[in-house]
Write a protein that binds this ligand. Structure first.
Ligand SMILES: CC(=O)N[C@H]1[C@@H](OP(=O)(O)OP(=O)(O)OC[C@H]2O[C@@H](n3ccc(=O)[nH]c3=O)[C@H](O)[C@@H]2O)O[C@H](CO)[C@@H](O)[C@@H]1O[C@H](C)C(=O)N[C@@H](C)C(=O)N[C@H](CCC(=O)O)C(=O)O
Ligand SMILES: Nc1ncnc2c1ncn2[C@@H]1O[C@H](COP(=O)(O)OP(=O)(O)OP(=O)(O)O)[C@@H](O)[C@H]1O
Ligand SMILES: N[C@H](CCC[C@H](N)C(=O)O)C(=O)O
Ligand SMILES: [Mg+2]
Length: 483
């Protein structure tokens, strides 16, 4: 493909650059293959422009850099205002296809669940549907474990082309604030977009909460075309800000929740493993039995139904699909119970609001004690550690602080930062041991939550990821306990 076909009319190209043929695109010099276009990005650790010579030596046929001091290379150099946006648009044009109907969801918590539920509702309506997010890629005949919540644009568009070729017509993806801020999904054509909520997260990356929210709002003010449906959860503290941003961007705002007008939640009755919700859609009233625990799952189900309906699924079909939902892996997932009836869940709460939510969600059906095992990841927002320590001790009866993914940090230091605000908590660094200890405490009526790692299949200590699964450890501990 010629660079002129890939760069689009917005890019100023010299004739030498325009006619250069490229056979691939990459932003990592280490992966350059002969004939590739190398896009130099300024990142959090390095500046891609330092690797131009490396890219050219590996056979790059042209280089894209940020406008500014001119860069020298033996191949054509193209200067653009926003290299990350260029990369995303170029990757989209290079692959040239995606599932026809795509939606994206942002928010601090609930993205994976909403993307998963939206896929399930579409599938129920008969569409070959996929989801792309933290837990990986799910599509007909495909279930791949993932790493990033929002993949980088080069792998994202390769994946979208693969899905389209496999006949997938509908895809729901998660838009993380990193992904939005770094323009990772700027090349995706969206039919609708959604916002769930905003809480504390990633304060190591975003200078202020407003910056964090503004990154999320790129989904509405930059990515979703004017007039597109913006499904917004209405009952969050930040809902008003999201609604204003969407209106200002000329979107078709559709609110869902107790204060919602598109899908109005009128009543919820909680049972142990399910809940019944009365949902009003215009003049129609639906009583829906959602087979999941946790208030937050009702919120996620409403957002997903809003997205599915905004992309053509009839209301009655969407409401019927909610009765068949399967929770996303590791999201308040019941792993088992002790012989005495105590319940044991794995949950992905690794930020304050999520932890608060999950602990509050299990209280109504817990007649005994709520026991929680959790830690915090290393090389991530340090400020959340004492906040989560406080929440755990306030909302659970027994708290065991353990290791999450320590990454490059000293695990004992991370734990001590949580413990500083976790009065009465005990500390067991070894996560498997912490889980075993919690299980041994279980009495009839108790609920155990192992929080923070959800679906993850490894534990990153230093630079090494060792196999580790909360599910497997919890199951093993329950078996031992009942033996
Ligand atoms: C902090 C962050 O978001 N980093 C992401 C970012 O990397 P970066 O641009 O900062 O990379 P950098 O190391 O500074 O390098 C700058 C540039 O030089 C290039 N380079 C570097 C070395 C070299 O020899 N040659 C070379 O060309 C790099 O490829 C890069 O293009 O862009 C990369 C490509 O898109 C991402 O892989 C990388 O994600 C890292 C691995 C990461 O851990 N990200 C996490 C924090 C993340 O994105 N999480 C979100 C949210 C999760 C949630 O939902 O809570 C997610 O969407 O997953
Ligand atoms: N709507 C919600 N409101 C509050 N908390 C929620 C909500 N949905 C999920 N949670 C909590 O957050 C955890 C993660 O949920 P989920 O994976 O769906 O969110 P996410 O936004 O994809 O998270 P991440 O950014 O980590 O990928 C759940 O295990 C639960 O504890
Ligand atoms: N996508 C999130 C996941 C965090 C999960 C938690 N287990 C941790 O390691 O902190 C991140 O990379 O920040
Ligand atoms: Mg997610």
């Amino acid at each position: 493909m010629k660079i002129s076909d890939l760069a689009g009319p917005e890019t100023d190209l010299s004739s030498a650059a325009a006619s250069t043929e490229i056979s691939g695109i990459t932003s990592d010099s280490r992966t350059v293959r002969p004939g590739d276009l190398f896009v130099a990005l300024s990142g959090t650790r390095a500046n891609g422009s330092a690797f131009i010579a490396d890219a050219v030596s590996r056979g790059a046929s042209a280089v894209v850099v940020a406008e500014g001091p001119s860069a020298e290379a033996a191949v054509p150099v193209i200067a653009v205002a926003e290299p990350r946006r260029f990369l995303a648009l170029a990757a989209a044009r290079f692959h040239g296809r995606q599932p026809e109907t795509m939606v994206a969801v942002t928010g601090t918590a609930g993205k994976t669940s909403v993307a998963s539920f939206t896929r399930q509702i579409w599938a129920h309506a008969g569409h070959p549907a996929a989801m792309i997010g933290t837990t990986g890629v799910v599509a007909p005949g495909r279930n791949d474990y993932g790493s990033l919540t929002t993949p980088d644009p080069v792998s994202l568009h390769a994946l979208l082309a693969e899905l389209a070729d496999a006949g997938v017509t509908h895809a729901a993806m998660e838009a993380s604030s990193h992904g939005l801020d770094q323009s990772r999904l700027d090349g995706v054509k969206l039919a609708a977009a959604a916002f769930t909520n905003l809480g504390r997260d990633h304060m190591d990356y975003h200078p202020t909460v407003e910056h964090y929210m503004a990154s999320k709002m790129r989904l509405f003010d930059t990515l979703l075309p004017k007039g597109g449906p913006a499904v917004i959860y209405a009952d969050d503290e930040w809902s008003g800000v999201a609604i204003d941003a969407a209106r200002k961007a000329g979107l078709d705002v559709r609110t869902v929740g107790r204060k919602g007008d598109y899908l109005a939640l009128k009543r919820v009755e909680h049972f142990r493993h399910k809940q019944t919700a009365e949902i009003h859609v215009g003049d129609d009233i639906f009583e829906v039995h959602i087979p999941l625990a946790g208030d937050f799952q009702v919120a996620n189900a409403l957002v997903a139904a809003g997205l599915a309906m905004s992309t053509g699924v009839p209301a009655a079909t969407a409401m019927a699909a909610l009765e068949k939902l399967i929770g996303a892996s590791g999201r308040l997932e019941l792993v088992g119970h002790a012989k005495n009836g105590a319940l044991a869940y794995v949950d992905y709460a690794h930020k304050p609001d999520a932890l608060e939510n999950v602990l509050t969600s299990v209280r109504p059906f817990t007649t005994g004690r709520v026991i929680v095992v959790f830690g915090c990841g290393g090389d991530r927002d340090k400020g959340k550690r004492p906040i989560m320590g406080e929440i755990a001790t306030r909302l659970a009866d027994v708290v065991i602080v353990t290791d999450d993914n320590p990454r490059s940090e000293v695990p004992a230091v991370i734990r001590s930062e949580i413990m500083a605000a976790a009065k009465g908590a005990s500390e067991i660094g070894d996560r498997a041991e912490a889980i075993r200890n919690a299980v041994r405490m279980l009495q009839s009526g108790d609920t155990l939550i192992v929080a923070g790692k959800g679906h993850e299949e490894g534990q990153t200590v230093g630079a090494v990821t060792l196999p580790f699964s909360d599910h497997a450890e919890l199951r093993k501990a329950l078996e031992e306990f009942d033996r």
